[in-house]
Write a protein that binds this ligand. Sequence first.
Ligand code: HEM
Length: 188
Amino acid sequence: MRSASTMPATRPAPAVSGFVLGRRWRRTTLILHIIAGGAWIGIDVMVAVLVWTGRYGSDAEVRGLAYRALAAFAVWPMLTAGLICLLSGLVLGLGTKWGLLRYWWVAVKLTLNLVLCTLIIVALEPGMAAVAAYGRELGSGAQPPDEVSSLFFPPAVSLTALTVATVLSVVKPWGRIGRRDRRTTMAR
Ligand code: HEM
């Protein structure tokens, strides 16, 4: 990492925050950021498959196993990927010309990332004990609790938001916050 004053003249516009990511650090952080975002999407797809299997699986044993796997493995890997994506995104925003609240595409991604991580903690995680219990009792004809009936929403909401975030990252639309300049694609 370098201070703004030691940046070579050929580098892009300096970061707003006062520190600038050097080329190598920027690439490393961006790679981590993209891997975390990709892992997050992959975990969401896995969650969607488990929710589908739990609902429509071939027999009670497979369905129960899907719910128990969901309760055991979904939340923490998803939250970890979301937090790594958030932290690396914060570093990229603060350490480059993009800033955090300077361009609409970054500000919207920041909002989406914060909302999704909050939903994992306050809406998804608390219901997992009931999902696991239902997975264990499914063979005995137990009725699904609300936590199980509403399980389609988390992967649907998350996959939609992460797709929007990915599109925003590539297209970088809407220009700068508080400026009339609304070019659709920002030059890098
Ligand atoms: C919500 C989940 C997120 C996903 C799926 C995501 C995805 C991506 C992808 C694919 C890129 C590469 C774009 C390219 O190089 O053309 C990128 C870049 C970037 N992201 Fe994210 N991102 C997310 C969250 C965030 C957050 C929360 C922030 C800021 C707080 C952020 C800030 C940035 C910045 C500044 C870049 C450009 C880095 C550079 O050009 O050096 N991202 N993001």
